[in-house]
Design a protein around this ligand. Structure first.
Ligand code: FAD
Length: 125
């Protein structure tokens, strides 16, 4: 793939990844159990290890060390991720996102369902 093609693919992957991550934190329980908190923390660390863009993964691991995932509530988790994404934006010379606008930006089309989570999937098989 050409250099331009690589950059386009990396950007596309990034947009898709951020969308999943932000949508997930905005659906995270308002009052999570310890198990749910541990799951989110592990998810972020595993994500940072396995993310297929090596340079991005490395940088994200460094950010996680400095700014550990906040898991005490939906608000804490979503604002934490927004701030971390803003740090990546700053490094890449992109504009800062207003974290007050999070709620209106991410809609997974899951309205009416209970708070989503892996545990729901497991319970229903
Ligand atoms: P993106 O940054 O992908 O954002 C997508 C959309 O999310 C924006 O259009 C906006 O609507 C919204 N948004 C923007 N900022 C925020 C925020 N703070 N909170 C909530 N929503 C927001 N690329 C590199 O070249 N080098 C890297 O080291 C690198 N590291 C990355 C690390 C991670 C963990 C991820 C997921 C991606 C990384 N990327 C990296 C990709 C990069 O962050 C962008 O995804 C890519 O450059 C496309 O940028 P974009 O301008 O389309 O918007």
């Amino acid at each position: 793939m050409s250099k331009l093609g690589n950059a386009t693919a990396k950007a596309e992957l990034g947009r898709a990844a951020w969308k999943v991550l932000h949508t997930m934190t905005l659906r995270f329980p308002e009052s999570p159990t310890q198990d749910e908190r541990d799951a989110l923390k592990s998810y972020m660390h595993l994500f940072a290890r396995l993310y297929p863009c090596g340079e991005c993964a490395q940088e994200f691991q460094t950010l996680l060390k400095e700014y550990p995932p906040q898991t005490s509530s939906r608000k804490a988790a979503s604002v934490w991720l927004c701030s971390v994404h803003n740090l990546v934006n700053a490094r890449l010379g992109k504009e800062e996102f207003d974290c007050n606008a999070l709620e209106g930006t991410y809609d997974c089309g899951c309205g009416g369902e209970e708070e989503a989570g892996a545990s729901d999937v497991n319970e229903t098989g």
